[in-house]
Write a protein of this length. Structure first.
Length: 132
């Protein structure tokens, strides 16, 4: 399972930096390609450390829940983990982000990244299960 999560993180890193500037086009007031480079620079450690950990945790928690749809439960936990990205971002980089409300720069980036990570992970899981 860990190997699949690392593969999902790697594939997500090729998608996330290109999608986030489309969702938040004026975040850095840079051109699209400059924004892609900035997001790619910061996405590598965040996706591998935080994203993989949160994905493993969400899969574990979804298997332990009594709900029928484990996939939707996992998506919900992925989104909660993505939204909670604002906490380490605020503590490490910009404490003033907490004054901006529930949906701010960091939480939107976390939600978009978590959704993409979940989609890539499910697609990879489907491909790997079809080949076995």
């Amino acid at each position: 399972m860990l190997f699949q999560k690392i593969q999902s993180a790697l594939f997500s890193l090729f998608i996330i930096p290109f999608v986030i500037p489309l969702v938040l086009p004026d975040a850095f007031e840079l051109s699209y390609w400059q924004s892609v480079l900035v997001y790619a620079l910061f996405a590598v450690p965040v996706v591998f450390l935080y994203g993989t950990t949160m994905s493993l945790l969400s899969e574990y928690l979804s298997k332990k829940t009594p709900f029928r749809s484990k996939r939707m439960t996992s998506l919900f936990y992925h989104l909660i983990g993505g939204w909670l990205f604002v906490v380490p971002y605020g503590l490490l980089f910009d404490p003033s982000i907490f004054e901006m409300g529930v949906l701010n720069f960091a939480s939107v980036i976390g939600l978009v990244s978590a959704t993409l990570f979940f989609a890539v992970d499910r697609l990879l899981q489907r491909i790997l299960s079809a080949t076995l």
